[in-house]
Design a protein around this ligand. Sequence first.
Ligand SMILES: [Zn+2]
Ligand SMILES: [Zn+2]
Length: 234
Amino acid sequence: MSRPSSWSIGRHRPRPEGPLTGYKIAYPMISADSRRGGFNGVALGRSQVYGAVADAVCIQSPRHRCPSSWCDCGFYCFHALSDARDLACDPQYQHCVLLEIAASGRFVRYELGLRYARQTVRSVRLGRCGCGRPATALADGGPGVVGWRRLHPVCGLCAGPRPVVTPEAFGVLCGNVPVRAEEALDDTLAPLAGVGAEVDDATIVPLLSAEVALLQARLDQVQSRLEQLTHRSD
Ligand SMILES: [Zn+2]
Ligand SMILES: [Zn+2]
């Protein structure tokens, strides 16, 4: 992710003893042969896929070490999980997952986060499916990069019969990283009373039939209007 313009450089602080914890968003990726999992950055690193442990590389110049003070290179993260969550609300990042990472090596500290050389992904949170329910699996979706397909977090209902990767399986593909569904999405949003999370065939068939009848009626209207217009222009 590129450094947001609102990020000001923080005051110098003593070097930490160990890795620093941070939070960021990324697209979950699976290799073309489905044997490896990884992550794709959302801005500067869009063309690259990184694994659970990775060293930053500069795409502008291979001649300096990341993060260079006169370049934008390096990994980026926020100090606070809430800031990463806020960024995930932007429509262009809707299908991202949230990563908790450990930053090590050279780093630059900003008020909101860090730019750093080495990253270890400690855990992955799947977040929400596009429908608003907690995501429980990952399905194919969106554009990939050479050698990698992009995955989208989905819930069981939206996944339907599509093949999915379970959180556990994705964690193993990434080198045993814990991957979990969001512990608790806020309870402000809930299904309407009487509409359960499980919709069985007996319920869905009349609903779909009613929807088809409505569509048919609308199609008839459009067709007759089209005929009127066609005859008028004859
Ligand atoms: Zn650079
Ligand atoms: Zn869904």
